[in-house]
Design a protein around this ligand. Structure first.
Ligand code: UDP
Length: 384
């Protein structure tokens, strides 16, 4: 494994140096906070910095009208890993929220993910055999045997009718590219099941921190020095001099000054409104799966925690191609970008005292639990 040498080297330098910190952690999101906690518990001196004026990266939540607002989009914690679930449980109490989004297609409401309720609404079928037969018939009619892109994958999973109403336009709004040019794995994130089960995730554990993600990340960072509003790449040399090893969780291409070209990302813009009504849409997440509605979904934040406030807060989510100066949210893991990422990865392996991690540092469409798992693994490699 190429980064083992890095790990060994990082261990060695950290024993012998007189710099003020063992680790400079760039980014106070989940990867950085978990790494900082592990390093602190191992007796290391850490400094965490973040360009933004707050901790918690894109899982940041902020109270508005007494409701935790997910400022950078809905985050629903889910994992199959008992280790990760127990780990987050040390820093936050989780509720038993189960994500069951609905899709609104021109006023027709469908349950998600794709399950017997969805198939019943679409075709009037009532049994798994009938649903299976419809899907198989539509897949055969489309002539798909070996799906090579998101469109073919989607049709082969749920048939053309559901692809047209629930996937095609939502996906093209979300990613700004035709479904025929997107990787199939994106749609395999969603379960397809022949049971009447609207749980969006196939995960053993699921929930939302009852006091918000910011409090959870603050608990992880408790006892570690954090400096906010500090832009690492603006002041790299001076900041590098502070620590033996840098844990960098920003975009990997930005670290290298985009010298091989820019990786593509999707960004998201939110229009958040406080409404003088108790319940706007009756659900935390409603996806708008038609082409004409300009936003992809509306989040009603109070429903994540069963809030009973008199007012409500909603966010309309608009997807956009990332441009410099905006926040990157999603890596676009198509072949071109993945090939460029591999070149950056090769450069990264030459940086013997820098570890790249997190969604942006690894250019990977990670879920929160995967970020935590990766940070714990890296901490174990480096700290022993
Ligand atoms: N998707 C869709 N219709 C929906 C919801 C999701 O076609 O109503 C597709 C879309 O391509 C999306 C992908 O499934 O990018 C993954 O959805 P997920 O909810 O996992 O996306 P995230 O919450 O990470 O934005």
């Amino acid at each position: 494994m190429p980064h083992l040498w890095n790990a060994e080297h990082a261990r060695t330098v950290s024993r012998s140096s007189s710099r003020p910190y063992d680790y400079l952690i760039v980014g106070a999101g989940l990867y950085g906070a978990v790494f900082a906690r592990q390093a602190k518990d191992a007796g290391k001196r850490c400094l965490v910095i973040d360009r933004r004026p707050h901790i918690a990266g894109n899982v940041y939540t902020e109270k508005v009208e007494g409701i935790d607002v997910h400022r950078y989009g809905a985050h629903i914690f889910h994992t199959n890993s008992k280790q990760v679930w127990d780990y987050v449980g040390r820093f936050a109490e989780f509720n038993r929220f189960t994500n069951s989004p609905v899709a609104n297609y021109k006023g027709e409401i469908f349950d998600l993910p794709f399950n017997m309720n969805t198939f019943n609404r679409m075709w009037g079928v009532t049994t798994p055999e009938q649903a299976r037969a419809r899907i198989d018939e539509q897949r055969r009619a489309a002539g798909i045997t070996d799906p090579r892109n998101l469109e073919e994958q989607a049709i082969s999973l749920v048939g053309t009718d559901l692809y047209e109403k629930l996937i095609k336009h939502y996906t093209e709004k979300q990613w700004g590219r035709p479904c025929t040019e997107l990787p199939a794995f994106i749609i395999r994130r969603l379960p397809v099941r022949l049971t009447y089960d609207n749980n969006y995730f196939n995960a053993r554990y699921q929930g939302i921190p009852v006091d918000g993600y910011t409090a959870m990340v603050a608990a992880m960072l408790n006892g570690t020095e954090v400096r906010l509003g500090v832009d690492y790449l603006q002041d790299k040399a001076a900041l590098d001099a502070l620590a033996d090893v840098v844990i960098y969780t920003g975009p990997i291409d930005a670290y290298f000054g985009y010298r091989l070209g820019a990786l593509q990302y999707r960004s998201v813009r939110f229009e958040t409104e406080v409404l003088d009504q108790e319940n706007f849409q009756g659900n935390a997440v409603v996806n708008y799966t038609d082409a004409d509605t300009p936003y992809t979904r509306i989040i009603e934040h109070k429903h994540f925690t069963g809030g009973t406030q008199a007012r409500t807060v909603i966010s309309r989510e608009y997807s956009a191609e990332w441009k410099p100066g905006q926040e990157p949210y999603y890596p676009i893991n198509d072949e071109t970008n993945d090939a460029l990422y591999r070149q950056y990865r090769a450069l990264a392996e030459q940086e013997s005292t820098v570890v790249f991690g997190g969604r942006l540092g690894s250019y990977t469409y990670y879920d929160m639990d995967q970020v935590i798992e990766a940070a714990l693994q890296k901490a174990e490699d480096l700290l022993g």
